[in-house]
Design a protein around this ligand. Structure first.
Ligand code: S3P
Length: 440
């Protein structure tokens, strides 16, 4: 195997077993920091995700003058209130949720700000937020629809907007700007994009209600500080879930997982594929249903995926492709062209990288099709600095014949710090090799 920069060495082995959990929900962790930063007073956040993406959001609110006390990596006190003009640009690093939601907040501030990030973030389309925010009167300059974004003070007015794509980031940016606008805003979504912003803003005193696919916001209700505990991220749980399904003899249980129905599309599709999954709701955290998921190795069958379920599992398609390869019969995915504008073009990158393990997958404009079950062989692959790609390739390698090396281990911690440790905890043989070649 060729020398690697940094990566995961994966040796397929025995069954995965045990009880575990995964870090806090990334979507909720971004929102918890931004929304409590806006609320005048002291809020406490537990179970917070200390990952690359969310740390960038935390750093940004601190640059806006918000004082943060850090009790542990997962526990924060946020002293929210009026923002001050930042001395430098707000650097959202790789975080699409961070830049899009924060732009929705910055358009309502009485000072100029610049929002930027890595080269990867600068390739993500921003017109999808710039266009509706401009309709509200926002003053935003961009590099032809890409970051850096320069936001200048402007008077905002409510808007009625029908989103062309089902995107929680776009919906949230508009709902946040609506808090600072004059008059009501109504956003209509074509599909059920995750509703964390609506739940959290309403719990903090915003005037917001839903009718069908439309969310209405009335401005003029200050947000109140809150204490909340972030449950574990189902999008991170998807990796051990997939590994247990495809490694023979496995039986694992994941606790405290966020089961918000706008996030559980993968579970619904897996049940349709014959997965041996038991989901038990145990309560509510941060206004979201949480529970336990038990997963046993299963003989999966191929499935057709399209329509509304796509947005409810949008971050799970890289790992779903791995599951489909291990399922008997044909799988077809359509209506998933949004995958092409994530951290990478996740359709093209996954098809290309899985081919190195011997997979045969037909890429289509808005999805893919394949015939399973395919047997894969160990190989060297690349994560393309995309966390979900790296972790999906690790899980694919666990069900391959022979050792694999997945380059780009670092980016897994953009959403799932401790990924290798959690996987090792249930029995997977995964080690992290750093730039110097040291292995842990
Ligand atoms: C997110 C929304 C989704 C998702 C992303 C997190 C959010 O993006 O892919 O990982 O927290 O609002 P889109 O809004 O672009 O679909």
């Amino acid at each position: 195997m060729t020398a690697a920069k940094d990566g995961f060495r994966v040796v397929p082995g025995g069954a995965l077993t045990g009880i575990t959990t995964v870090p806090g929900d990334k979507s909720l962790s971004h929102r918890a920091v931004m929304f409590t930063a806006l609320a005048h007073g002291t809020s406490r956040i537990k179970g917070w995700l200390p990952a690359g993406d969310t740390e960038a959001t935390l750093d940004s609110v601190q640059r806006l003058g918000v004082r943060v006390e850090r009790h542990s990596p997962h526990e924060l006190t946020i002293h929210g209130g009026a923002f001050v003009k930042p001395e430098r640009e707000l650097n959202l690093v790789n975080a699409g949720t961070g830049i899009r939601l924060l732009t929705g907040i910055m358009v309502g501030q009485p000072f100029e700000s610049v929002l930027d990030g890595t080269e990867q973030l600068r390739r993500r389309p921003m017109n999808r937020i710039i266009q509706p925010l401009r309709l509200m009167g926002a003053n935003i300059d961009s590099m032809n629809g890409y970051a850096p974004l320069t936001v200048k003070p402007a008077a905002l007015k409510g808007v009625q907007y029908a989103m062309p794509m089902a995107s929680a980031q776009v919906k949230s940016a508009i709902l946040l700007a609506a808090l600072f606008a004059e008059g009501e805003t109504a956003v209509t979504q074509p599909g059920p994009a995750r509703d964390h912003t609506e739940r959290m803003l309403a719990a903090m005193g915003a005037s917001l209600h839903e009718e069908g696919n439309t969310v209405y916001v009335q401005p003029g209700h200050a947000l109140t500080p809150t204490n909340l505990t972030v449950p574990a991220d189902i999008s991170s749980a998807a990796f051990p879930i997939a590994a247990a399904l495809i490694v023979p003899g496995s039986d694992i249980t994941l606790t405290n997982i966020n089961l918000n129905p706008t996030r559980t599309g993968l579970i619904d599709v897996l049940l349709e594929m014959g997965a041996n999954l038991t989901v038990t709701e145990t309560g509510l955290e941060a206004g979201e249903p949480v529970g336990t998921i038990r997963v046993r190795h299963s003989v999966l069958k191929g499935v057709r995926v399209g329509g509304d379920v796509v947005v409810r599992m949008i971050d799970e398609f890289p790992i779903f492709m791995v599951l489909a390869l291990n399922a008997e019969g044909e799988t077809r995915v359509q209506d998933a062209s949004e995958l092409r504008v994530k951290e990478t073009d996740r359709l093209a990158v996954m098809v290309g990288e899985l081919a190195k393990l011997g997979a045969v997958i037909t890429e289509t404009q808005d999805g893919f099709s394949l015939k399973g079950a395919q047997s894969l062989k160990g190989a060297e692959t690349y994560g393309h600095d995309d966390h979900r790609i790296s972790m999906s390739l690790v899980v694919a390698s666990l069900a391959a014949k022979g050792e694999s090396f997945v380059n780009d281990a670092r980016c897994a911690s953009d959403s799932f710090p401790g990924f290798a440790e959690v996987m090792r905890g249930i029995g997977a043989e995964i080690s992290v090799v750093d730039v110097q070649g040291a292995e842990q």
